[in-house]
Every structure is written in C-alpha cells, then in structure tokens.
Ligand binder design. Structure first.
Ligand code: GLA
Length: 380
C-alpha cells in the first residue's frame, strides 16, 4: 500500500501547506493484443490496483516543482523551459505539462509530489500510470475539460514526443479509461472502446502477474525496430496499416524478407486472437481465453521475437504447474507474464516458477494476483 500520509507530509516540506488533492493513475496488464496498437489494431488490457499517485497543487509562479518519494529527488523547471528530450524520471511528469501546453491548454506553475508502486520496467505501464495521474491532476487543478480519450492522447504525446518512446496508445488508454472488474477492448484505429466484464473470481479463476525482474526499456532500439518493420511492410503491401491485411497468406507472398514476414504474421494473427478474445469475454467464456493466451505467447516468441529466456521459462513453468494459459504481457524483452489460474493456485504456480528460476540461476521473481481496477482520477 502506498503511504499517502508520507506523500502529504513531503508536499508540505517541499511546497509549504497542504496539497489541493491527490490523483492517481493505475498500471495495467494487457490480457491480449500485443504490439497491435501502433498497427491500428485491437487491444484488451485491464487496469491494476498498483498505481502512481501525485499530491498536487498550483503555484503562483511559473515553476513546475517535482519530487519523487521513491528516488528522494527534487527537480524544478520553469514551464517556459520545458523542452522534449530532457530525460530523467521527471520527464514523465514534465512531459504532460508540456503536452497540455502544446495542445493549447493554459496551465500554470504546479507542485507534483510523486509516489508509485507500479514496478519500473516490468511491462506494467509504470510510465503511463504517472502520466495519466498527472493529466488527471492538472485537468482538475486548472479546470480543463478534456474528454477521457483526449486525456489518454495527451499522456501519449508526453511519452512519444517528450520522453521519446515511440509507443502506441494502449497504456495511456488503459490507465485512463479502464473500469473496475472490466477489461477494455479498444479499436486503436477508431478509438472506440468497449468495457467487457472479466468476472474471474465468479468463474473460479485468478490472474497471476509475475515479474521476471528482467527489466526492459521502450526508449531502446528494439521496440522502435519492430514498429518500423511493420510500417515498412504496410508500405510494401500498399495499405495504411497492418490492421488492413485481409488475407495473411497473400500478404506474406508479397513480402520477400523472412523477418518481415514473421513480424506481419504476429501482428495479423494477434489481431484475430484479440477479436476472438473479446467475443469470448463478451460471452462470459473466460476459460476459453487460455488457448489464445498460449498462442499469443508462441507468436511473440517465434514470430515477433520479443521474449527472453526468463519470460519463456516463466510461461512454460506456469503451464506445467497447472495454469490454464499464460503469456508475456507488455512491450517485451523482459518484464511480466500473466497466467490464468484456478482460484487459489496462483501462489503455488508462482512458487514453482521461483524454484525454476533459482535452479536456472536467474534473479528471484516477484508476483501478485491482479484484479481489474478503475482508471485514473482523483483519490482524495
Ligand atoms: C508498450 C507500449 C504500448 C504497446 C505495448 C505492446 O507497452 O507502450 O503502446 O505497443 O508495448 O503491446
């Protein structure tokens, strides 16, 4: 549990006085639909109870004062000096103020004291959690009436243009729009979102989230390289995005490059799996999601080539230990897996993975059972 009393006390130290409020943005897992968002495709995430919280208040000057409780670090910058590419931890907060101003909104000096229990670099959207908490805070403080999807877009602009990570909209949409007990099925082209119930416990299931402790970063080249490969393939195929592939075999026949063929096969098959998962979830058939999770993992491993040894070992061990289905979640190259398990078995499955990690000489994983939580807003 995050210590909001410590957060308030720190606000007092740094800014003098009480914060005007506390706002939060949750992390997320993606149930299915990986690397489909920037291909105009489909995603199906749900928000987590793990979150970033900012204690926030307006200032009389034009300074942005930021402090991280976890890092014990204070950064101060004039709003007029905000510029993309200034990149420590504070970029995730400062980038939002910059994105709001760039989009024509009037915001003034602000104090933002941050705490978060979303693990960093674990594929659970620690950055979007911060961005979306800050969007929520600043919109309330400065009376900006911005629709939820536009808030997500502002947060994404901060991530893409200010932080410099070429991500899609998945994380920010999930952190802003999700609802407790529901997943969010999102069409990343039309931006139409549908909340779909995920009554896991009612049906005798739980979702294990296990962090392999192999950290990743989206600012690194591999994510961008995958994205570029997809864009090149779409250009060769003469379509706006890989979402528009209607006949996979025909598309593959038109591409000479074997690596590009694999990338396309992942994106196109993942889009179909996500549509199928949405349909099954709508029918309340959660157990039937399991084979789709497995197939998604195989596709990320073999075709998109974004898994690593620890992640594959975690997924294989989860399955061997009784998980119905399991896959890596998030951008890849490390991070977390999710495993759909029978209620009460998640802990044992996680222990088995920890034992397999110890035997293989990997770092000890960390884990928790996730329940779908609500999107960003005011906490207090
Ligand atoms: C990261 C990005 C998202 C999405 C996923 C992969 O989380 O931020 O936009 O592309 O990777 O599905």
């Amino acid at each position: 549990m995050l210590d909001t009393a410590a957060l308030r006390a720190k606000y007092n130290d740094i800014a003098g006085g009480e914060p005007e409020g506390l706002w939060f943005g949750p992390g997320r897992v993606n149930l299915i639909g990986e690397h489909t968002d920037y291909n105009d495709g489909f995603v199906l995430p749900f928000a987590l109870e793990k979150m970033a919280i900012v204690a926030a208040g307006r200032r009389d000057d034009d300074l942005l004062v930021m402090y991280s409780l976890e890092l014990d670090d204070r950064v101060e910058i004039a709003l007029s000096a905000l510029a993309p590419g200034t990149g420590d931890w504070s970029a995730y907060l400062a980038g939002v103020l910059w994105a709001l101003r760039t989009s024509g909104h009037t915001v003034g000096g602000t104090n933002l004291i941050l705490t978060s229990d979303v693990p960093l670099g674990a594929g659970l959207s620690s950055s979007a959690a911060i961005e979306c908490a800050v969007v929520a805070a600043v919109c309330d403080l400065y009376d900006l009436s911005i629709e939820p999807m536009d808030r997500a877009k502002i947060a994404r602009l901060a991530e893409n243009a200010y932080v410099g990570a070429p991500t899609g909209l998945l994380d920010q949409a999930a952190s802003t729009l999700c609802k407790e007990d529901f997943g969010l099925f999102l069409d990343c082209r039309t931006l139409e979102g549908v909340h779909v119930p995920l009554p896991m416990s009612e049906q005798g299931f739980e979702m294990l989230v296990l962090d392999t402790k192999t950290p990743h970063s989206h600012v690194d080249g591999e994510y961008g390289a995958r994205r570029k490969s997809c864009e090149q393939a779409a250009a060769i195929l003469g379509i706006p995005a890989l979402r528009d592939v209607t006949d996979l075999d025909d598309a593959l026949a038109k591409l000479d490059d074997e690596v590009m063929q694999k990338r396309v096969r992942h994106v196109v098959s993942e889009n179909s799996r996500t549509l199928e998962a949405y349909e099954l979830a709508r029918q309340g058939r959660l157990a039937d999601l399991a084979p789709l999770l497995d197939a998604s993992h195989a596709s990320m491993r073999d075709d998109y080539e974004i898994t690593v040894d620890t992640v594959d070992l975690a997924v294989e061990t989860a399955k061997a230990a009784g998980a119905l289905g399991a896959r890596m979640t998030g951008g890849g190259f490390g991070g977390c897996i999710i495993a759909l398990c029978h209620t009460g078995s998640g802990e044992t499955i996680a222990q088995e993975i920890a034992a397999a990690f110890a035997a293989a000489g990997h770092r000890s994983p960390e884990w928790f059972i996730a329940t779908p939580a609500g999107g960003a807003g005011r906490l207090a």
